[in-house]
Each structure stands twice: as C-alpha cells, then as structure tokens.
Design a protein around this ligand. Structure first.
Ligand code: ADP
Ligand code: MG
Length: 288
C-alpha cells in the first residue's frame, strides 16, 4: 500500500478507537492466519464474582473467606479483588499477611498469623480437583480457588465471570475471516475454557502458565504461521510482545499490556477485531 493509504487507514482505525503503533502492523495483520485469545478480562469482563464458598474441613465459610481474603490482600489479580469484595460485603475480618508471594497463572502464597495459607488452582493444590465437591462446580464452568492452611486443604471458593455481550456476534464475523486457527489460551481450568470456547466454535487450551502462552505463540510462528494475540493482563504482556501482532483489549487493561502490544482497542468492543482485519485487507488490496 502507498504511505498515504496506510496513514488514511491508521486514521480511520483511530476514529473507531483503535490505536495502531505503525503501518507495518497493518501489513502483517493482512497476512495473519492464527488468532490467539486470552480469557479473563479479554473475552470476559474480568470482574469475576464469588458464587460459592465450600468448607472442606472444620473451618466455617466465614473463616475460609477470611483466610483467603488475607492471602489475596496484596494481589492485583481480578480473582483477588473478587475475594476481597466478598469478604468486605460479609464483614469478615481480613488480617495483614506477614509474607506474600504471587505465583503468576496459579495463585498466591502467604503467611497469616504465622501459618502458611495457599489460595490457587489445582497446580498449587493438586488434591483439590479430585474432590467430588470440585467436580460439580467445574462442570458448571466455574473457576475454582482452593484454600490450604499449613499444607492441608480447608475449603474452596468458586468464581464466575461474565462473557462480554458483543462476543458471539463478533466471533461470527471472526469465523467468516477464514483464518487457519482461532484459539482461546488460558490459565483457567479446561471446563471453564470449554464453556466459553465451544459455543463460539473455537479451539482452546487451558491450565497454561504465562510462559506456556509464549511457547504456543512461538510454536505457531516456527510452523510459518503469522500470529495475532488479543489479551489484557499483566501476565499477557510477554505473549502480546512475542506475537506478530499483539492487540491489547481496552484502555482499562494494564499499562504493561498496552505498552507491550502493537495495537490497542481503546474502546472495549470485540467487533473492533474483525473490523481491524477488514481495514488491513482494504488498505492492502494490492500486495507488492
Ligand atoms: P487467564 O489465562 O484467564 O488470564 P491467569 O493466567 O491470570 O488467567 O490465571 C490463571 C489461573 O490461575 C486462574 O484461573 C486461577 O485459577 C489461578 N490464579 C491466578 N492468580 C490467582 C490469585 N491471585 N488467586 C487465586 N487463583 C489465582
Ligand atoms: Mg489474563
């Protein structure tokens, strides 16, 4: 495309709320054939709600919530925010942890009143996923946060997030683009991933760590594919940077993600994604 056509396209995109950090990314997007998508905050609103508190030992639901909220006190994860809000709504006391460690893509580890508390998924607390109480909640597509105290599982919390409302319509358009692969890649459990991906008719891979997401981007690239990645979180920044075109969802997403990405959707609207592909294809009708 001529520089003039490119500048016109970047301007047209900007008017719709799409920030593009250079014409070359529109050229790459035109040739892209793999679209990878993060889940939390990207496909969903990223404001999960705690739906269940399940005691598995002698502790009450309030005590489990209190421990979990203390462990999550200093975490920036949307799930941590959900736990803190529920604790506040129920008026349970939340202690300040003596030690705290976030484990990206898995959970948190903290020391509270001298005792070790872990809140996280089955990669941190493997016995959790096998419990009959967990199986039922997993089948509902919920995200589970297992809570352990001094190495012993004492309870679990279930969380549910809301899919962005325009997603089904946007994915009808995305499927019509005829890409080689459209895939949801998430650190959440396989059932939660499937409950979103299946109705959209897209593939999914679950239980991924942040480094697994980068490895998936690289693997597609090594096979000769051109990869677009849409994500929003702090954990997504390396995968967004590794992608041929990284697209940050939303100005409300993390600054780190917007910094790492090549494009940003300042308006959080999935319909802008097929629109971007359309703009790139229109701009570069003639390939030189
Ligand atoms: P996603 O791929 O959906 O963006 P993340 O990589 O941020 O998710 O997290 C993956 C999974 O790790 C979550 O679904 C959750 O099970 C667990 N997890 C991450 N952070 C926390 C936390 N602060 N508390 C509890 N669980 C967490
Ligand atoms: Mg995320």
């Amino acid at each position: 495309a001529t520089p003039i056509a490119m500048i016109a396209s970047i301007g047209a995109a900007a008017r719709q709320g799409i920030l593009i950090k250079g014409g070359k990314y529109l050229e790459i997007l035109k040739r892209a054939d793999v679209l990878l998508i993060d889940k939390t905050g990207t496909l969903t609103l990223g404001r999960p709600q705690i739906t269940d508190i399940v005691p598995l030992d002698d502790l009450s639901a309030e005590e489990i919530l209190s421990l979990a909220a203390a462990a999550e006190r200093d975490s920036e994860h949307p799930l941590a925010e959900a736990v803190r809000l529920t604790a506040a709504a129920r008026g349970v006391p939340v202690e300040k942890p003596q030690e705290f460690e976030a484990v990206p893509g898995q959970g948190v580890r903290a020391r509270i009143a001298g005792r070790e508390v872990v809140v996280g998924n089955s990669s941190m607390i493997p016995e959790g996923a096998r419990l009959p109480e967990a199986v039922d909640l997993l089948e509902q597509g919920k995200t589970l946060l297992f809570v352990s105290l001094e190495g012993k599982i004492v309870g679990m919390l279930a969380a549910a997030d809301t899919i962005r409302e325009e997603v089904p319509a946007a994915f009808a358009q995305i499927r019509a683009l005829g890409l080689h692969q459209v895939e949801l890649i998430t650190g959440d459990n396989p059932q939660a991933a499937a409950s979103l991906a299946k109705p959209l008719g897209i593939a999914y891979r679950a239980s991924l760590l942040p480094q697994d997401k980068i490895a998936i981007v690289r693997a597609y690239q090594q096979q000769g594919h051109i990869v677009v990645m849409v994500g929003d979180g702090v954990n997504d920044a390396p995968a967004l940077a590794q992608a041929d075109v990284g697209i940050a969802m939303g100005a409300a997403g993390s600054d780190i993600a917007i910094e790492a990405a090549h494009m940003a959707l300042m308006r959080e609207d999935w319909r802008l994604v097929p629109e971007l592909f359309a703009i790139s294809r229109r701009t570069l009708g003639v390939v030189h």
